[in-house]
Write a protein of this length. Sequence first.
Length: 595
Amino acid sequence: MPYLTFQLGDKVQQIKLDKPRLAIGRVEGNDLIVPHTFVSRKHCEIVQTDSGYLLRDLNSSNGTAVNGQKISQVKLEHGLEFVVGPARFTFQAERSAKDDNDALAQFAAMAGTSTRKKSAPLRAAPAPTAATADAAAGDQPFAADAFTADEEYESVLAAPDWVVSSIESLKSFGRDVGFGVDEINIVNARGNVVHVAAKANSDDQQRAAAESITLLRTLLFGCCRANASDLHLEPKRDVGQLRCRIDGVMVQLVQITPDQTKKLTSVIKVLCDIDITKKSIVQEGHFSVVAPGRRIDYRVSFTPSIHGQKMVIRVLDPTSAPQRLRDLGLTEYMYSQILQLTRQDAGMLLTTGPTGSGKTTTLYAALREIDAATRNIITIEDPVEYEVEGVTQIPVDEKHGQDFNSLLRSVLRQDPDVIVVGEVRDSETATTAMRAATTGHTVMTTLHTKNTIGAVFRLLDLGVEPYLVASSLNIVLAQRLARKLCPQCKEPRRPTTNQQMRLGKAVEGVANIYGSVGCPECFSTGYSGRVGIWEMLIVTDDLRDVILKSPTINDIRRSIESTVFTSLRDFGNNMILKGETSFEEIDRVVGVDIG
């Protein structure tokens, strides 16, 4: 009877092909479960036909590979090997029991790269049961008894081989950054370099700490290469789930053992000067890394969950964000208007959008257009994310009564020319900021509304006097960040009738728009990088007259009909027609009801 030889790490088992179909995937419902994030829920299948056995890929995210090439379907022949995530299979035609044992022995020899302290006897594992399927559906690290780690390992934090392999793969994650993982120096919250790059630790008593630092370095290096904005460590019942946010979307990295989770958490707490004995409270801290030509800061947050503290690390890499207004992707008209405001002695720039839409990045880019040598620039932030040379930056500290409004009142006595207020949260802060904009200061701040017209009504709703809103506002800028289609795998598609209707006359003469596919270059997401989607409202005299008279949305729309105004949706549609992003992505970040 034909069978498969199945290797995962250094464990090997044989599977008889005694059914017309064998399904392989990550979750319950498959005949063979490979519980790994690189394996799709339903990955591939082996089907018996009149002419033999066929291997079919089921549109998996990472593909099924034969001889290093992804396949959609191939006929299985004796000795053919294929790869599913971290697992390797070899198809064996019907042979004798002696040949079976020889094949297992040969396969075990091929897996001889294990770093075990002691070798365990090789044994065939039973087919997955309901219990093991349930374990896999819960993202357990192993699917069957043969894959239970019952021996000690010397590899990173005593992890199973396939975990080590997945962690090691992060070193080649994403793009080249100009330095290696061994060139990273780790700096604690006090500013001291506590883990020097490429420093050997031969002392056995320091080995556990060194292994934890090795894991941390690898994770931070992978996030840097992938341009990730956040790293999440989520403790589960039997594993720790590591994920990162790339281009605003969560991407799974790897599962690690509970021992790894505890040690990694403790190391990061020590770096942040956080009490490692307290695990049921919210804790916050920060640390940094220094690499050749690079310094990256990290803000750390711990929050209790049912299986332990969840950790989120915010990556504050100044090189990953646009530095100047020219880098934001604004239209020429928008760029010139904002640049003109930064050169004025008074006025207000208000940026709006949801959390994570890049409002702070826009304010920093505008700040860098101002000559700090000739003007006194002060920022009030919660917290200070990036240091800007020549700028006085003040963090909010509400525990000591230093909120946005109290700090803003204090800053007005510091002879400022330019004031940046991180966020308008209440009526007092809004009123104070707008008074400052009318008394000879350039003020830049942010507000949480979905578009520019909504910002006007939000200020009025906060209780700011209409005359103050009308006289202080100069520019309202709404923004979103949309993922750009991966240039390696995007594919042309004919727009549907509904899409043509929504794109309007702009779609005339355009044969195709583009959609996402997914490939290894973009981590199978179909997208790589992000682009700004913008809407600018210039406050003209006509609009000021409307604001003073209890306006409606239609009143404001009529007042700007003669001005240059492009809505978020229209800007996004232009990006679709240029082939930079997809229709689905613009619907996700802008919505279908914003005009």
